[in-house]
Structures are given as C-alpha cells and as structure tokens.
Ligand binder design. Structure first.
Ligand SMILES: C[S@@+](CC[C@H](N)C(=O)[O-])C[C@H]1O[C@@H](n2cnc3c(N)ncnc32)[C@H](O)[C@@H]1O
Length: 352
C-alpha cells in the first residue's frame, strides 16, 4: 500500500487535534466544576497562584491546568506578566452559563460516555439496549445543562412562535404536556413565559422526575407545573393543546406508539411539537462537525436507550425530517412540517 505523505500529514494533523481535545475533555469538566473558567473570566488576567487562591484550589494543579488550557486555545497566556486571561469569545463559550454560545457544560456528557463505556461495549456484542435508568448520574444533569443553552435562547423566542396558533393559546391559558421532559428545563422555561397555562412533564426515569420537581419548586412554579413518572405511552389523556417532545422521540423504543398516544391525548385541534437534533435525511449530508457530535451521542446514548425499550426502533439522533415525518404519519398525525431550525435543532409540527 503506497502512502501519500501530504495526505498522511493532513490526517495526522487532524488526529493530533482530536487526541488533544480528547485528552483535555476531563480538564474542561474540572474547570467547569471548580469554577476555574468563571473566575478567570471575571477576574483575569491572573497568575496561577491568584487563580488557585480565588478558587480555593492547589496552585500546582492549577498551573498545569492553565498551561493545558492555553495550549488548547481556551485561555490566553501573556509570557511577560506570566498571567492568564480569557477573551470575550472564550468566556461566552466556557464561562457564561447564560450566553447563547455556552458549551462549558458538555464535560458531564462526555464523562458519562466514558463511565458507561463497558456497558455500551457489552451492548455492541449482545445487541441489547442500555436504558436511561442504567446510565451514570452525570448523564442526566449533563443533558439538562447542555440543552439548556438552546432552549433558553430559542424555545420561547422562536420555536413556539413558529408553530401555528400555539402562542395565542399559551397566552390565553393552555394545557401542555412535555413528554420525556428529563429535568424539566423546557417545561420551566415555558411555564415562566406563559403564566396562564398549565404544564405537565412526564418521563419514565424516576430520578429525572424527582430533579424536575425540585427545580420547579425552587423556581416557585409548583402550582402550575406538575411532573410525574410516566412513559410516553402511559400518561393520562387530557385534552392537551400542545404536546412537546424535546430531544427525546428518537430515544424512545416506540416513537410511533408515543406519537399515537400523543394524538389520542391531545385536544381536537391540538398540536404536537418535536424538537430533534438537526440532521439532513442522508448520511452523506451529515458528515460534518455537528453530525459527528450527534452520531457519537447516538451510538452511546440514544441508540442504546431505544434498543432497551419495546419495539426498539432506534431511530438514532440523526433521523432527519423524512423519517420523522414517516413516524408521525404512521401515528395518524398527517399534517407535518418543519417550522424552523437552528444549527443544532430541527423544530417540527405534527397535527392530526
Ligand atoms: C436526551 S434526554 C432529553 C431530556 C429533556 N427532554 C431535555 O431536552 O433536556 C431524553 C429523555 O427521554 C426520556 N425517555 C426515553 N424514553 C422514554 C419513554 N419511552 N417514555 C418517557 N420518557 C422517555 C429519558 O428518560 C430522558 O429524560
């Protein structure tokens, strides 16, 4: 086999970058958890000793961490003052939880993929699933925090208004189900924006429902927001004006059954809103950085979750609009359209 050295150099350059990112992933988690990014962004430029003191951490570790961060291009280093700082662009991505660009919460998700790797490897061999209830704890809060960025900046502002007639109903007072709600981030954001409406979050994972209740209580929303442990096919029908599935339909074993149940559970002129990972319909169209992230998450999180459940359709996190339309149509939701999108999400509306 003849090697083309130019091609090899390009490929090795790419591998170096990827190995560097993988080696630094746990450092990102540490920086997030110990407040190193936030403190540096708020108080920098700082020396390693100053950052260690401000975060109550050990200088020797912080010095090494800072060096790795500077080599990653995540922080700046000034060789004259020997101090570190963050540019605004680095700070919004790593230190500002409320910015639309915040990605600093990804560490918990990455961590879960490694902690659960033996179970996933085993599943590769048996073909069986790994249910959400068998995953490492950090997957649940990692998911909630990672998705929060998109929901906080798009859900009320763009996604709900893109769905026909929904905002008027929500303003007047509507009944909403958030199916597969996880920690209920989306449920709370909607409840805060539409005080006349009532919200019901359902998830089959008891730990997530417990966390969702706690967060809603802390936000003072317990009167209008209710969370219960139910699968997507078992929650009581209730004339819902809107039934939402946020980044969870493809995790379900029986997405047709789940949408069929939604059709039966909603009011006569109710709407089903799907928020799914952005994807084109064909594999070759998804071979890009976003597809790369989602196919990896799909392999280790979404596909095992679906295969663990009845039917085990395993749509995958890159299902794309055409396959999602098929699912909705099979469930009797014949009016189906893409209402809007972001680089990370497809927003779809389905009606009977
Ligand atoms: C990727 S998480 C998304 C959670 C939440 N919707 C969000 O956007 O933050 C997928 C969620 O679907 C839930 N789920 C998976 N299959 C389910 C089913 N059959 N019925 C109810 N919930 C399900 C999981 O427990 C998990 O909370």
């Amino acid at each position: 086999m003849e090697i083309n050295h130019d091609k090899l150099n390009v490929f090795m350059g790419k591998m170096l970058g990827d190995v560097g990112a993988a080696m630094n992933a746990s450092l990102m988690l540490i920086g997030d958890k110990l407040g190193l990014y936030k403190t540096l962004a708020a108080k920098g430029p700082l020396s390693s000793a100053e950052l260690a003191q401000a975060t109550n951490t050990s200088e020797r570790y912080v010095r090494e961490w800072l060096a790795a961060q500077a080599a990653s291009g995540y922080v700046e280093y000034d060789a004259t003052s020997k101090k570190f700082s963050m540019q605004p662009e680095q700070a919004v991505a790593l230190a500002d939880e409320d910015s639309p660009f915040f990605m600093g919460a990804v560490g918990d998700l990455v961590s879960a993929t490694f902690l659960d790797e033996p179970k996933i490897r085993d599943a590769f061999e048996t073909g069986k699933g790994v249910g959400w209830n068998r995953r490492s704890e950090c997957l649940f809060c990692g998911t909630a925090r990672f998705f929060r960025t998109g929901y906080k900046h798009h859900l009320v502002q763009e996604w709900l208004p893109s769905v026909e007639g929904v905002v008027e109903k929500l303003k007047r007072g509507a009944k909403v189900a958030d199916v597969g709600c996880g920690h209920g981030v989306s449920t709370r954001l909607m409840a805060e924006a539409f005080p006349n409406s009532r919200f019901f979050g359902f998830d089959y994972h008891p730990g997530s429902i417990e966390a969702a209740r706690q967060h809603a209580g802390e936000a003072g929303l317990s009167e209008r927001v209710h969370f219960d442990v139910h699968s997507a096919k078992s929650y009581p029908a209730g004339d819902y004006d809107l039934i939402c599935f946020f980044d969870c339909l493809h995790d379900m074993g029986d997405p047709v059954g789940a949408m069929n149940h939604a059709r039966e559970a909603m009011a006569a002129n109710g709407t089903c809103m799907l928020v799914e990972p952005f994807a084109h319909d064909r594999l070759e169209e998804n071979l890009n950085p976003i597809g790369r992230i989602f196919y990896a998450a799909s392999t280790v999180i979404c596909t095992p979750a679906s295969l663990d459940q009845e039917v085990g359709m395993a749509l995958g996190a890159q299902a794309g609009e055409a396959r999602l339309r098929e699912v909705a149509n099979k469930a009797g939701l014949k009016r189906f359209r893409r209402t809007t999108e972001t680089p990370f999400n497809l927003i779809l509306e389905a009606r009977a």
